[in-house]
Design a protein around this ligand. Sequence first.
Ligand SMILES: *[C@@H]1O[C@H](CO)[C@@H](O)[C@H](O)[C@H]1NC(C)=O
Ligand SMILES: *[C@@H]1O[C@H](CO)[C@@H](O)[C@H](O)[C@H]1NC(C)=O
Ligand SMILES: *[C@@H]1O[C@H](CO)[C@@H](O)[C@H](O)[C@H]1NC(C)=O
Ligand SMILES: *[C@@H]1O[C@H](CO)[C@@H](O)[C@H](O)[C@H]1NC(C)=O
Ligand SMILES: *[C@@H]1O[C@H](CO)[C@@H](O)[C@H](O)[C@H]1NC(C)=O
Length: 429
Amino acid sequence: MQIIAILFIVLTVIKLSISNCYWSENCHYKFFSSKTPYQFVRGDIRDSIVKIKGCDVISVWSLVRHGKRNPGIDFAQNMLDATTMKYAVKLNHENGKGSMCAQDVENLNNWEADPNMFKNVHHIAAEGYQEMFGIGYRIRKAFKGLLTSLDDRYYKLRSAYGAWIENGVKGFVEGFGNTSMIIEKSNPIYDITAPYEACSIYVKKVKNNEETYAEANKYQNTSEYLAVKNRIQQRTGINYTLTNENITALYDLCRYTSSGINNVFSPWCAIFNKEDLQAVEYVGDLRHFYRNSYGNPINKMFGRIPLADLLESFNMAKNGKGKKLTVYFSHATMMDMVYSALGLFNDDIPLRSDFRNPERKWRSSKTACFAANLIATLNRCSNEESTDYNVAFYMNEEPLISICNEGVCSWKEFEIKLKPFINTTMDFC
Ligand SMILES: *[C@@H]1O[C@H](CO)[C@@H](O)[C@H](O)[C@H]1NC(C)=O
Ligand SMILES: *[C@@H]1O[C@H](CO)[C@@H](O)[C@H](O)[C@H]1NC(C)=O
Ligand SMILES: *[C@@H]1O[C@H](CO)[C@@H](O)[C@H](O)[C@H]1NC(C)=O
Ligand SMILES: *[C@@H]1O[C@H](CO)[C@@H](O)[C@H](O)[C@H]1NC(C)=O
Ligand SMILES: *[C@@H]1O[C@H](CO)[C@@H](O)[C@H](O)[C@H]1NC(C)=O
């Protein structure tokens, strides 16, 4: 009996003192909401392009979110403050507090901030430039028959306003293989690639309205989220109560200092376990859902603007007057709005604070990852008797199968979906 009791104690002690190690974990959770590196979620348009017998691609249209950028000024400051936690974690570990394993603590302590990240707030990051380069490169390769030697008349590149977006377009054209390509000037007041920015109703009633973030805020008070905070506190041995801002700053350190290009996960991610990362990701989903998507009926209206352009572009191309390539560069908000206008990833039950559905369709890590993109191709299919058209859709370079049969819509299906958007105006703004 005594032996069993001792054994039990020993086993309990061992169980408590050995924690999971992040560095040696086989498979890291890689979905970081709108800060997910593109490389973690992308397909490859060169491989995924749907080949249909008798059909040729005659026009390519795309909407692309900018690549990885540095955090904005407020977030950067909170992150910088939070970096001091690496010393606290080390000290706590030496004093037998916290439950992180030695290597994770050491990796964290050896971590150095990239000064560029905090200095050049909101600028495109080197990785973001690479992400855009890669998309330009792969699009050119995938459609080489169509896109080799493109003169000015046959393409249109347009960027939304913002240095980090416009600088990323340079990466795109470099990857595409022609740095002389003309990029249309962005318009800070109104842009087809970001029409919501100029809509005072949207800015006031949605974007800057605290109500929009109510579910995300409420979620941060649920027992599920409080348990996350508690676990982080236990794990790090921090002896003061972490605020929600603290958690965001630590999450930002984890995701901004991970790299998709080099497939490197930040030692800051070791502060979280998989469940924790899923919970903080959900905060992002709730924010995106209410600010940009089905959470507010106004949001989908803005997605109709670029989609009307898509229909128009392909109509022109059908008539031999279109572009071979049209690419718009924009924001996460625009991506979310376009998917909402298309009715995609629409859950039966709206996303709520009191229930995080692990099977939910709405995932900001996919709709709004860095360099998130939607590509549509117009395919002309001819035989002796007739000519027909269809449109294939790709999301992050994978067939967008939920839109139509395997991602390919007949021309009729395409028109039925997009025609209602043709005369969308922003008059309600
Ligand atoms: C948490 O927030 C407090 C108050 O803003 C700040 O003093 C502290 O440095 C933060 N800690 C971390 C780890 O971010
Ligand atoms: C909290 O931990 C810090 C070291 O991280 C230590 O200096 C401080 O005395 C502790 N405070 C309390 C109240 O235990
Ligand atoms: C590169 O872009 C310029 C400007 O649009 C164009 O005149 C030229 O034909 C392009 N070159 C190739 C090889 O596509
Ligand atoms: C969360 O809980 C705190 C403390 O009980 C409370 O002050 C705050 O108003 C709550 N926030 C929300 C959004 O429910
Ligand atoms: C759009 O407006 C034009 C001009 O008022 C009209 O002729 C056309 O039928 C409208 N199209 C749709 C799809 O509503």
